[in-house]
Design a protein around this ligand. Structure first.
Ligand SMILES: CC(C)(COP(=O)(O)OP(=O)(O)OC[C@H]1O[C@@H](n2cnc3c(N)ncnc32)[C@H](O)[C@@H]1OP(=O)(O)O)[C@@H](O)C(=O)NCCC(=O)NCCS
Length: 180
């Protein structure tokens, strides 16, 4: 089996937030940031696997503060964990305001990317060489993220489809909804 260094696929991408990225409130659309994250995850995953990659799942995307027009958004990405055909790419997003030099950490998230061949079949990706404590910690975090994401899928698949209307009504009793 082939192994590759984390640093070989580490990616840093910077983009200026231009006025056409703004929503009615004058801030940058969340979807613009998601699209950038997807692009950077692809770059990082394809550098590691040397394959065409597709996005399988997204974990932990949340916006802690708004991104503004004129900000420089910097995304730092690395392959944190590899399974057999998938990679978890961890990304840290920072916003830099050139006028005052202030840097804000706006979010961190994890994209699961799968490697595919020309026929669309999943292909095995190289293993990871973990060269320091940070890379080892991120690998273990990635393993944990994969586990809880699998558990979440199982819960959604089973429990919520078996729940009766009566149970659902009881569950929503204290919620701000009217059930007809
Ligand atoms: C996700 C996908 C690759 C799974 O294919 P599958 O044949 O059902 O996969 P398997 O159950 O054999 O699992 C294959 C790998 O995907 C992982 N996987 C499958 N579903 C997953 C999910 N919902 N979240 C995270 N990982 C998932 C498995 O853990 C496994 O990883 P590993 O090989 O690293 O151990 C397939 O459904 C797919 O190609 N989806 C479309 C992806 C795409 O086109 N994205 C772009 C959207 S525009």
């Amino acid at each position: 089996m082939q192994y590759k260094e984390v640093r070989d696929s580490e990616t840093t991408y910077t983009e200026l937030m231009i006025p056409s990225y703004a929503n009615f409130g004058g801030k940058v659309h969340g979807g613009i940031i998601l699209s950038l994250l997807d692009k950077v995850a692809y770059i990082c995953a394809s550098k590691h696997s040397h394959q065409y990659c597709v996005t399988v799942a997204v974990e932990g995307v949340e916006f802690k503060s708004p991104v503004e027009v004129g900000d420089l958004v910097e995304i730092k990405a690395s392959v944190n964990y590899v399974g057999r055909t998938t990679m978890i790419v961890g990304m840290r997003v920072e916003c830099f305001k050139p006028q005052n030099g202030i840097v804000r950490h706006t979010n961190s998230c994890y994209f699961t990317m799968a490697a595919k061949d020309d026929l669309g079949n999943l292909v095995e990706v190289p293993g990871l060489i973990l060269s320091n404590d940070t890379e080892l910690r991120r690998f273990c975090e990635g393993k944990f993220i994969r586990k809880i994401s699998q558990e979440k899928r199982e819960i959604l698949k089973s429990n919520l489809t078996n729940i009766t209307r009566k149970e659902m009504e009881a569950d929503c009793k204290e919620e701000r909804c009217q059930i007809k």
